[in-house]
Every structure is written in structure tokens, then in C-alpha cells.
Design a protein around this ligand. Structure first.
Ligand SMILES: [Mn+2]
Length: 264
């Protein structure tokens, strides 16, 4: 059973750029794809508690609220699926999970493995995975309520094409299992190895990966078949850049593969 968490923000701003994505996807009916016995899952709209906040403080506040919603969903024995603007929503989702026996499977065109030392723009958007792994911004993670970080050994990153130099060096010297967009052949092996080490995984799909791995839905199906899902995030869809709705259809296919019995 799934429950959907709508996180319609871009750097804390509601319904701006990729912040429009979650609502657009729901309007297109993606929740119906996860319906059980023709009952679509419950949708919870995440709202910051303190509207006086701005910038990073607002991002932290939204992720805290997301954490509570994830905990609620888990308590009700349902698997939270966050539809989010930014990839930093991964932090709020992970904060709501027990991270001690948890792995991460992260599909993304970028590595999101910057730290403030390697980032050219300083934005936490390029750091989400590095923060989840405990490589930087520990204080920010603590304020969101993040438990123990996820060990590099238990992280699989797939579909990546674009990395800046400092980020590439960081990822190459880490234990993250990296599968570039054009060489996914060993991904099934990595998923099997991950299965031996963790109880469940957090699955993250930055939909920009569709630019380079159009068949990502198939891989998502494989992840779901191989490993128990603790939670899922689908991020980074901007409907303004998708006038024909092709990208929305491809994302719907990704979400459809989460539903049991619909992998093929
Ligand atoms: Mn990303």
C-alpha cells in the first residue's frame, strides 16, 4: 500500500518551476496508477509550519514536515511516495525512515554528490546525496531530524552523466556504486549485492534521468522486484518545459512500475 506526499516546492517556493511538477502529475492522475482495489492512495500536501521562514530555513521546515508525514505513513504500514520539486526532499523522506538497515538507489542525470567545497554555485540541490551519506551539512541534516547517515557502501547511483571535476573526484574515491547512463549492465548485480546488506531501500528518481535513460521505468521495475521499498521520491519535473506532456507520460510509466504485479 502506498501513500502519496505532495511536496510542491522549488527551494522553498510553492508552485514555482519544478515546484509545479507534483500538482501537475497528480492532476494527470498518477495517483490512480497506485490504486489498490480501485482505491487511489491518500495524498498528503506537505506545508511548511512557519511561513515567516525564507530560503534554506524554509527548506529545512518543509523537510521536517515531510519527515513527520513519512513517519505517519510508515506507522500505517504504507510506503510513502513523495512527489517533490527538488531532490532535497530525499532528506525529509530519509529522516522519517529507520536508516540503520537502509540502502539508497538513486537515479539521476547528476550525481548530487557535491559538498560546499566542490560546488560551484553553493546550492544544496547538488549536494542532496552527499548530505544523505553524511559527507556535509551534518547540522542541516540533524535539524531535519535525520538519523544515522547512509553508508556509501549501501548507495547505488545510476544514470549519471554530468559531473563537475571536484564532484567526480569525490564520487570516485567513495564506495558509492556508480552506474553511468550508458553502462547500466552491472546494475542488476549491484542491486543483488545491496539486497544482501540492507533490509530495504529508499528509491529516488530525479526525472532528469529520463533525458539520458529513457527506459528508466524498466529499471525502477527491477528495483521494486529485487528489494523491498521503504520509500520513493520522484522529483524535478517542470510542466512548463513539457508542453506536449511527453515527459509526464514517461514519469507516469515510472510510477506505474511501482505498483505490484505491473512490472512487465
Ligand atoms: Mn537530482
Amino acid at each position: 500500500m502506498y501513500s502519496i506526499l505532495e511536496v510542491p516546492y522549488h527551494m522553498g517556493l510553492e508552485d514555482v518551476a519544478v515546484g509545479k511538477g507534483p500538482t501537475a502529475l497528480l492532476r494527470a492522475g498518477v495517483d490512480q496508477l497506485l490504486a489498490e482495489k480501485s482505491m487511489p492512495p491518500q495524498v498528503t500536501h506537505i506545508r511548511p509550519r512557519d511561513l515567516r521562514n525564507q530560503g534554506l530555513e524554509l527548506v529545512i521546515d518543509i523537510n521536517r514536515m515531510l519527515r513527520y508525514a513519512v513517519k505517519d505513513a510508515v506507522e500505517q504500514e504504507s510506503v510513502p511516495v513523495a512527489l517533490a520539486g527538488n531532490c532535497n526532499a530525499a532528506l525529509g523522506v530519509l529522516a522519517g525512515l529507520d536508516t540503520t538497515q537502509l540502502g539508497i538507489v538513486w537515479f539521476d542525470k547528476h550525481a548530487d554528490f557535491h559538498t560546499p567545497e566542490t560546488s560551484l554555485n553553493g546550492s544544496i540541490e547538488g549536494m542532496a546525496l552527499a548530505i544523505a551519506a553524511g559527507h556535509c551539512h551534518q547540522q542541516l541534516a540533524e535539524r531535519i531530524g535525520f538519523g544515522p547517515p547512509i553508508s556509501d557502501h549501501n548507495i547505488v547511483l545510476a544514470g549519471v552523466r554530468e559531473m563537475e571535476r571536484g564532484e567526480r573526484e569525490r564520487i570516485e574515491t567513495s564506495w558509492v556504486s556508480v552506474h553511468a547512463w550508458d553502462s547500466l549492465a552491472l546494475l542488476p548485480v549491484a542491486l543483488e549485492q545491496l539486497k544482501a546488506r540492507v533490509e530495504a531501500v529508499y528509491l529516488h528518481v530525479d526525472t532528469d534521468v529520463l533525458d539520458v535513460v529513457p527506459e528508466v521505468a524498466r529499471w525502477v521495475g527491477l528495483v521494486r522486484e529485487t528489494l523491498p521499498l521503504a520509500a520513493v521520491s520522484v522529483t524535478n519535473y517542470n510542466p512548463d518545459l513539457d508542453p506536449e506532456g511527453d515527459r509526464a507520460l514517461a514519469i507516469a510509466e515510472v510510477i506505474r512500475r511501482l505498483a505490484p504485479g505491473r512490472v512487465l
